[in-house]
Ligand binder design. Sequence first.
Ligand code: PAF
Length: 294
Amino acid sequence: MPEVVTTIAALRRRIAERRETALREGSSDAPASRVVLVPTMGALHDGHLQLVAQARGLGGIVVVSVFVNPLQFGPGEDLDRYPRTLDSDVTRLDGLADLVFAPSATEMYPDGPSETRISAGPVAALYEGAVRPGHFDGMLTVVAKLFNIVAPDVAVFGQKDAQQVHLVGRMVRDLNLPVTIAVVDTVREKDGLALSSRNRFLDDDQRLAAVALSQALAAAAEAAAGGVDAVLAAARARLDSEAAVKLDYLVVVDPDTFQTVDAGHHGPAVVLVAARLGSTRLIDNERISIPSSS
Ligand code: PAF
């Protein structure tokens, strides 16, 4: 079972000890002392385990943080109902993680909510950020704190949260943070629904309807030869066919800038979708390529 650590001081101590041991015992095997961080908010599902398995595959000391970060939840969002399942999370990490960092909110924010925050910039006001003002500043602030606490060589994130991945990458480059970001593909249910801690809130009918998101993205990818408008129309048609799915946004963005592309765009793009099913909000995305002949 991974060792659970709840304080910053103990975590730093345990990482230093493990690093020293790895260096002593495996001096010819440099990756053994590499620290790989997988930041999570717990309620781990197979998608998270895939991130941790990839982290394990990189070699070294695997640290999984489990912290429901109040800073990234707005008023009226689901902070209180966000599932907290530390015991089963730790069990699921058996054989995959070395250390689980599960601090309290007071350990992370001893002076109350951080007054100093990372400003995530203009992209943070778009898409998820438009619906969740302040979310990305709060997310980047805790990620920056975790990078400072753990000092990882590599940090692993899931492509499912595409805008988050973009903003973390941008923060790392803008602030010269000494960490490499590894991105792992979205893990899906058999019918295509992207795994998410929020899926558990869907009732049976909503669960059936939720497949429209991934099917809309598949339709978008198939329509890529017709250009951006065809991509949007194909996705929209599938989403509109499901009355239970209330669309928040559907956009095609440039993978480098995360700005929406114009109708004549060709080359790589990412289709982002977010929708509500009852009170549960789901997001998904798909990388596509729009041929120049379109
Ligand atoms: O993706 C998440 O679960 C969170 O946004 C993260 C990266 C753990 C920061 O709280």
